[in-house]
Ligand binder design. Structure first.
Ligand code: GUN
Ligand code: ZN
Length: 427
């Protein structure tokens, strides 16, 4: 069945340029081959209306239709860890995160958090996420079940951490790998779900476990890989001590076969140009997590370095190191980081580019270009309805916008979950 929505419309050209129709039309339908709901047409109402005159139109005056946001790195079990103060990454993990994650051994507890998490993503306009679960396989089942119930495109995986981890979250080398393979076979490609092989980070896995993870990554090229790298100086020193044969912390992952397209590493802050080239040459991507990096005092992602060497990146909340589910908060933090790191206005500072990094750019980095993160014909029909007059100040400010940049910036700076009137999955 075709559906048509008339409202303002935001989408992206192939080169990342933001495209905007103040009076737009979005037509969705069912793809005959896949049975998925997809965008059939998107453009100005004036140009498209004659061809779709037979369709009833849902008219949403004053609203903006935009691609659902894509969060490239988040931890669903850390929903309740947000805002836990610590000196930095390692004490934060030990004092708050590991004890909290141990609770996900209980499938009922996991199911409750998973349901809240999925609702909270949607309330904030995030329709696709790559998320960590915990080391307990049942934590993965719990989230996939909730995502499937909502029809979401979502990727998650069981955390591998067989050393330097306390009782309650530590898994066993072989068992963790067997559980991973069983979960891949159970969930990869079911409806819109995808699996990610998930070593927590190099310091909490033995070489044997990383090697096994790399073997699975080679055996199942369609699944994702997710981990953390080069977030914090203490973490880096620890990783270098544990893997002295590798050229760098990042190179450790390459040495175990864990860098390839669909491999996503969070943070990627403290890199040299050889690391950047390794990201580029292996098709590995970075999940830039600015609210987390600011909260934990980890540092600033070097946008100029990434653009100079040419590896891909996109935005991520990294909840619960990150402080907000809202992509508007993340985009604003990314703007601050771009300001801090560069004196001249680089690409990362432009509002359209910030928005792209959290939609079409993030989707492309995940290997999902043309599937999610955009509203071009053929894309899956996940979109959000924004109310640019959701608060008195937003209403004043957006009404005065004289360009698309000004409109997008007003929403990035002033927006939060109130701006998202509704998230539509498979509309
Ligand atoms: N490095 C290893 N585990 C984690 C985690 O849960 N959060 C963050 N931010 N970094 C990590
Ligand atoms: Zn993380």
């Amino acid at each position: 069945m075709q559906k048509a929505y008339r409202a303002s419309l935001l989408r992206f050209a192939d080169d990342g340029t933001a495209l905007y129709e103040s009076d737009g039309l979005l037509v969705t339908g069912t793809d005959a081959a896949t049975g998925r709901r997809v965008v059939e047409a998107a453009g100005s109402w004036q140009s498209l209306a004659p061809a779709y005159a037979h369709l009833p139109v849902e008219h949403l005056p004053g609203r903006i239709l935009a691609p659902g946001f894509v969060d490239m790195h988040i931890h669903y079990p850390q929903t309740d860890v947000i805002g836990s103060p610590a000196d930095g990454l390692l004490p934060w993990l030990e004092n708050y995160t590991f004890p909290h994650e141990s609770r996900f051994a209980d499938p009922d507890y996991a199911a409750g958090v998973a349901a809240f998490f999925a609702d909270e993503l949607l309330r904030n306009g995030v329709t696709t996420a790559l998320t960590f679960a915990t080391s307990h396989p049942q934590s993965v089942d719990a989230l996939f079940a909730e995502a499937r119930r909502r029809g979401m495109r979502l990727i998650t995986g069981k955390v591998l951490q067989d050393r330097n981890s306390p009782d309650g979250v530590r898994d066993r080398t072989e068992q963790g790998l067997q559980d991973t393979e069983a979960l891949i076979r159970k969930w990869q490609g079911v409806d819109r779900l995808g699996y990610a092989i998930t070593p927590r980070f190099a310091p909490t896995s033995t070489p044997a476990q990383l090697r096994g993870a790399g073997e699975l990554a080679a055996q199942y090229p369609e699944v994702w890989i997710q981990s953390h790298v080069a977030e914090n100086l203490g973490e880096i020193a620890w990783a270098r001590e544990l893997f002295p044969e590798s050229r760098s912390y990042l190179a450790t992952y390459d040495d175990f076969g864990l860098m390839r397209p669909r491999a996503v590493y969070a943070h990627c802050i403290h890199f040299d140009d050889d690391d950047r080239a390794l990201m580029r040459d292996t098709g590995t991507v970075a999940a830039v997590s600015p609210t987390s990096n600011l909260f934990l005092g980890s540092g600033f992602f070097d946008y100029a370095g990434a653009d100079r060497v040419g590896f891909r990146y996109g935005l991520a909340s990294d909840v619960g190191g990150g402080t907000s589910f809202s992509p508007f908060r993340t985009m604003l933090a990314a703007y601050y980081v771009g300001r801090e790191g560069q004196t001249k206005a680089g690409l990362s500072l432009a509002p359209g580019h910030l928005w792209w990094q959290h939609t079409a750019g993030a989707a492309a980095a995940l290997g999902l270009a043309g599937a999610v993160g955009n509203l071009q014909p053929g894309c899956e029909a996940d979109f959000i309805v924004l109310d640019p007059a959701a608060t008195p100040l937003l209403a004043r400010k957006t009404a005065q916008a004289e360009s698309l940049d000004e409109l997008l910036f007003a929403m990035i700076v002033l927006g939060d979950d109130r701006l998202v009137e509704r998230a539509v999955i498979a509309g």
